[in-house]
Design a binder for this molecule. Structure first.
Ligand code: APR
Length: 320
């Protein structure tokens, strides 16, 4: 039987997710949105595109959680995107309310689903989603690390004039300005970035610029678009996680996962490499961090913890 993916939020990312999933024939798609017309309209439009491509998937649009019943995967983008000048943190209050509503909608209808959260500010929203829904932590993850790593990868590919496929990168930590791009874990054509610095193929300053640009990758796009935030790369990243789960690919993917002692942190979501297979997050991969990386990772987790404190002020039930 074909799998079922429900997309909660049929906006820019939701629509792109639906399109990518249908092109890949990964699953039938239910587009859910409080704005029912948007969900129905996009579902119909993409469904008609399947007749051009000959893809065999069903798409429907709805504003009823009943129609998302027994989903294998749920991808959440419901929320308000960042506006120019607005930080991810400003979004917190509005999106916490929305995520509570979504958690209530999905927990009884699709209790066994693998849930991927994309709504920002990511690390806190995914944590709140897990708490509000009570769904198992290994089945509730956040999408950020793949997107951040892909931005780092792309900028390096431009700098070195090397195809993106020849670059391996990793970005850890929270999905914010303190995220931790990892030059030590980056190879270009199989050669480590650190070696390339030693060989003067790139200056430390240039690399710092690329790291800063990666950290501010979302804001750069918002500034161009003026209305709305990035959606193509976030959607592609979400689909990669869904695919690894549905096809049991057991890929190691950087994502916001629940830490229970790993990396020295407890009961907290943070961006780490995780193996995603048909049981959800099957293992968190603990890579050995050097002193500087550890320090940066801790700064990033502290930023998540600080934001959690603000979230708890907004909704004290999140403290439990
Ligand atoms: N339930 C379901 N859908 C909702 C709800 C809700 N309670 N509240 C809002 N929505 C819908 C909106 O109607 C809108 O169609 O969520 C959709 C969000 O779509 P966009 O505004 O186009 O935002 P998008 O670019 O898709 O980003 C969504 O992902 O990356 C993050 O920061 C981004 O938090 C934002 C989210």
């Amino acid at each position: 039987m074909r799998k079922k993916i429900s997309l909660i939020g049929a906006g820019q990312i939701g629509g792109t997710l639906a399109h990518l999933i249908s092109i890949k024939e990964l699953a039938d798609v239910v587009l859910f949105d409080v704005a029912e017309g948007i969900a129905k309209g996009k579902a119909l439009d993409i469904a008609q595109s399947t007749a051009v491509d000959g893809n065999d998937v069903n798409l429907t649009g709805t504003s009823s959680y009943e129609d998302t019943k027994n989903s294998d995967v749920i991808i959440i983008t419901a929320g308000v995107p960042r506006k120019p000048g607005m930080s991810r943190d400003d979004l917190l209050e509005i999106n916490l309310k929305i995520i509570k509503e979504v958690a209530n909608g999905i927990k009884s209808t699709s209790p066994n689903a693998f849930v991927i959260c994309i709504t920002n500010p990511l690390d806190i929203i995914v944590m709140a989603l897990q708490k509000y829904s009570g769904m198992p932590a290994n089945k509730v993850v956040g999408m950020a690390g793949i997107l951040d790593s892909s931005r780092f990868n792309y900028f390096l590919s431009q700098e070195f004039n090397v195809p993106v496929k020849k670059i391996k990168t990793l970005v850890l930590g929270g999905h914010g300005d303190t995220m931790v791009p990892m030059p030590n874990r980056t190879t270009i054509n199989g050669k480590s970035l650190i070696e390339l610095i030693k060989e003067n193929k790139i200056t430390k300053e240039k690399l710092e610029d690329i790291i800063t640009r990666t950290r501010k990758g979302g804001a750069e796009i918002i500034k161009f678009l003026q209305k709305g935030s990035a959606f193509y790369a976030p959607a592609a990243s979400g689909v990669e996680m869904a695919e690894s789960y549905i096809k049991n690919l057991k890929k190691t993917l950087p994502c916001a996962a629940y830490l229970n002692g790993e990396y020295g942190f407890n009961k907290l979501y943070a961006g780490v490499p995780a193996i995603i297979g048909n049981k959800g997050v099957e293992k968190i991969v603990e890579i050995k961090l050097d002193t500087k990386e550890k320090e940066n990772f801790e700064v990033s987790v502290k930023a998540v913890k600080d934001l959690l404190k603000i979230a708890i002020k907004i909704d004290p039930s999140l403290a439990n």
